[in-house]
Design a binder for this molecule. Structure first.
Ligand SMILES: [Ca+2]
Ligand SMILES: [Ca+2]
Ligand SMILES: [Ca+2]
Length: 153
């Protein structure tokens, strides 16, 4: 009899929807790792990560002038704007070595390499799905702290 209670059914559907949303988020994280894992061994090597970063940079640099601006990053990252809860300008500021508000390919490469080193928790030169997800969460936290320090200047 309870199974036909419309309220209960509504609750069940809501519970199912939130579980589905959670597993979708986890899937999206794993998907990113899979995208970079070009030899398909289930983990991302430093060079696979660098190659992924390079193609990401090329994709973001819409006018192909060798620099990625905040506006270009906004346009290219629409699907993952919420990553780390930061704006594109804030993300750029973290790895913008010369502080011109744009990312050169070299700045992006250096930033990605240090991101990879942070993600590779056990230091074996490979980032697993789990390390990448944990790393992105951790980096998001650190970035927020860095950003906070920056704005107080
Ligand atoms: Ca691999
Ligand atoms: Ca550009
Ligand atoms: Ca720069």
């Amino acid at each position: 009899m309870q199974a036909h209670d419309p309220l209960l059914q509504g609750l069940r559907i809501a519970a199912f929807a939130s579980v589905a949303a959670l597993s979708f988020a986890a899937f999206a994280g794993g998907d990113k790792a899979k995208m970079m894992d070009s030899d398909g061994d289930g983990k991302v090597s430093a060079s696979e990560h660098a190659a992924g970063a390079k193609s990401m940079f090329a994709k973001l640099d819409a006018n192909a002038d060798g620099n990625v601006t905040a506006a270009e990053m906004d346009a290219g990252h629409t699907g993952m704007k919420k990553e780390g809860g930061m704006t594109s300008a804030q993300k750029i500021a973290i790895i913008d070595g010369d502080g011109d508000g744009q990312l050169s390919a070299a700045e992006h490469t250096a930033g990605s390499a240090s991101k990879f080193a942070k993600m590779d928790a056990d230091g074996d030169g490979f980032a697993t799905d789990a390390e990448m997800q944990a790393g992105h969460e951790e980096i998001g936290k650190q970035d927020r702290m860095t950003t906070k320090d920056d704005t107080s200047r």
